[in-house]
Design a protein around this ligand. Structure first.
Ligand code: SF4
Length: 255
């Protein structure tokens, strides 16, 4: 509905269209504030998360694990937190669907904790989405590590077209380091298209050389952090495409 003039005296009163916008903004502000408050109440990670090891810039990872504040305007916001939360809900759906289809997918230990591992005295840790112990005969040598991502249509189609290793090297690295430390030789990577709920599944084999290089990278970063050094930048100039997207770019290049 268009904005209408409901002026009965002095001043201008906005009609339903404008009022709806204002209400939407107010509600969303409250939701995002609640999400941010809940997030702040969670304990901060004091370790290098294995899921981040595929990030190409070691310096960025060092900033992250030392809880260095990002540049102004680059803090995690409500919109990102809603995306994370939605990802968890989509993952729960995929778990139900796989189990209904006969896959023995385990996502928790008996005490309810998540499966995972710790290395380097606990300074490198990973938490896996699950392990499929057994299932229908689809040509997979069980057990298989299970990793799930809920993606927008563009990313989902890219994985279909080019495969995980090329389309999403960050996720490829994540499953490689998980397989190494969980001692599982294969991953079933499930991707859910958030626009259509279409599912794609890719089998990823363990690549020992890739996993070793990621493990070495983790050791280098942890050593640098321990000695209060910054790992080298990934580029020679700040206009490198990854630096332009980096939430620490100003700090990294101007300080
Ligand atoms: S700005 Fe570039 S070099 Fe610096 S931390 Fe970010 S990605 Fe790495």
């Amino acid at each position: 509905m268009d904005v209408v003039n409901l002026n009965h005296g002095s001043g201008f009163v906005y009609g339903i269209g404008a009022r709806e916008m204002s209400v939407a903004q107010r509600v969303n502000t409250l939701i995002d504030a609640a999400l941010l408050t809940a997030r702040r109440e969670q304990p901060e990670r004091d370790y290098l998360g294995a899921s981040r090891l595929g990030e190409p810039c070691c310096r960025r990872l060092a900033y992250e694990i030392t809880h260095t504040p990002p540049d102004y305007g680059h803090d995690l916001d409500g919109a990102m937190l809603r995306v994370f939360e939605a990802g968890h809900r989509f993952e729960a759906l995929s778990i139900e669907w796989l189990r209904a289809a006969g896959f023995d997918l385990r996502t928790q230990r008996r005490d309810g904790s998540q499966f995972g591992f710790a290395a380097a005295g606990g300074r490198l840790r990973g938490h896996i989405d699950g392990v499929i112990l057994a299932g229908p005969d689809i040509g997979v040598p069980w057990p298989a590590l299970w990793e799930h991502k809920a993606l927008n249509a563009r990313s989902w189609n890219d994985i279909l077209k080019r495969g995980l290793r090329i389309a999403k090297p960050l996720y490829f690295a994540q499953v490689q380091i998980y397989m190494a430390y969980m001692e599982i030789g294969v991953t079933l990577f499930s991707a859910l298209n958030k626009d259509s709920q279409a599912l794609h599944h890719e089998l990823v084999s363990f690549d020992p050389a890739e996993a070793q290089s990621l493990s070495d990278k983790a050791v280098d970063i942890l050593r640098a952090v321990e000695t209060c050094e910054l790992p080298p930048r990934i580029a020679a100039a700040s206009d490198f495409y990854l630096c332009r997207l980096c939430p620490f770019a100003r700090r990294c290049w101007e300080q």
